[in-house]
Write a protein that binds this ligand. Sequence first.
Ligand code: F6R
Length: 609
Amino acid sequence: MCGIVGYVGTRKATDVCVAGLKRLEYRGYDSAGIAVVEDGKLEVVKVVGKLRNLSEALEETPLEGTLGIGHTRWATHGKPSKINSHPHVSNDGRIALVHNGIIENYAELRDELKQEGFEFVSETDTEVIVHLVARYYEGDLAAAFRRAARDLEGAFAVGIVSADHPGQMVAARRFSPLVVGIGAGENFIASDMGAVREWTDQVYVIEDDEMAVITRDGIELTDFEGKPVHHEPYTIPWPAEAAQKGGHKHFMHKEIHEQPRAMRECLLGRLTDAEKSITLEGLNMTEEEIKRLRKVVFTACGTAFHAGLVGRFLMEKLARIPAECDLAAELRARDPVVLEDTLAIVVSQSGETADTLVALRELKEKGASVVSVVNVVDSSIARESDGVVYIQAGPEIGVASTKAYTLQILTIALIAAHFADVRGAASEHELIELRRAMLSLPEQAQTLLDREDEVKAVAARYYDSHNSLYLGRGVNLPSAMEGALKLKEISYVHAEGYSAGEMKHGPIALVERSLFTVAIAVKGDVYDKMIGNIQEIKARSGPVIGVAFDGDTEIPRQADDVLWVPPCPELLTPITVAIPLQILAYHIADMLGREIDQPRNLAKTVTVE
Ligand code: F6R
């Protein structure tokens, strides 16, 4: 996830682009850059790190041009560095391009272009696009991009300028977001409307395989064949102040809502067709190594630990490999025995959590090979691992982890399904069904978000309770633990995540009218037992919120309220179940007036043991 902006008009392009990028910094802050057309030449400034570094660089090297494109980067291919920063420029220095997305066939394209004599300077997937445009350029920038688009597989939103066209910008999209801001005597492009809200409340929301040729006074919208398309301008309904959070009240809310898109990006290039095997670049394990595995050990902290607990389940059920999951902070204390051919899977959003890093080193020292499941590219945990599969969630700013959690589970599910495939642990039919279900997850996530008001109404009935219990079994025991963690950390309401089967061994004594229970009772192996547990709570006058599959007729009879989730294979339900529980926690905390993005006593990245 990166942010792009562009400007053509009468103001200094750098002023507009930097201000727009500031509103997009939530999309990435590994590096930033800008290209401006000035006196028939392209001027490019790039920096590593946050945007203030770009502002400082531009103070030293002011650019006066009134046509420009800018980028703030969240590294996916290639580490954060100046050379990998956008804009990328054609070999003759005449065309510059910014990109958000992932080009899946970049390796083939790069080989092809290199053979034709194009020189590559970066490790990015993006650089192939600018060389492709240059390859097809015969004086018409839009025509060159149209031709290039035919060669590209994957996701992109791009902004392109050329020194030959000092008053024109080309922008295009496939899967990655793009809007064109409509001004008077000036126009804009951006990854989201928040970036242009300061100057206009009118935008065109560009759709897949559409592009725009933009000048000061005109915006021409076409498809990739050059056929005109028509969009009504959309009026941004919120004020400029709300821009950075894209109109959401909190980053946490925004990040919850980013899940469908983030899931799609996580699957890109890895799982494209249910009939085809999964490919995981970065895993760095041969088929032989995968077949030899005798054990998988997950380790992580907090929310990432809950994803690891789901991972343990997936690894055993799908790939039939014995698996454990350890809290990173506890792992060293028990001096774990590491067998030969053990794989440690280390899960971390930030890639910098001290406890997790220490656990990684311990396992490595004892002979385990390490694959990390990480969000932040080139973080310490990623660097110290033998292989890394990035979750590709984009920056997570809210302290409470939401999209990183569902994407950690999705990424681990990809790894487990891949292992099952290589080891022959599941039938072809089972694997196809599972992969098909994974491909449906983004759409199911969207359905769950569309039901936010129903969950909010449930939150309104329980927000003034002081105690709660979250119950689950099997693969959804971690869901109960994560649901409880979300509620307690942002609302400060006491919440306990517990195995429903363990209730009768003690905690059931807590049940009374003022303690509400969230019971995860989606259809699957443990469904009947969960119904029994709900009845035990109801018999003791405890109110119950059930989490059930759409169409279930039993749970509404047993529970006081129901959070509905669309049906999917039981092994993937921790991903869907997480979403209404995040929304429930969010609205309870909001109704209590809590500081949702920065709860008391917490930090986003915990770099002390
Ligand atoms: C809770 C939360 C934390 C983190 C934990 C590990 O919402 O975000 O529990 O999951 O501190 O952090 P990472 O994943 O960065 O290692």
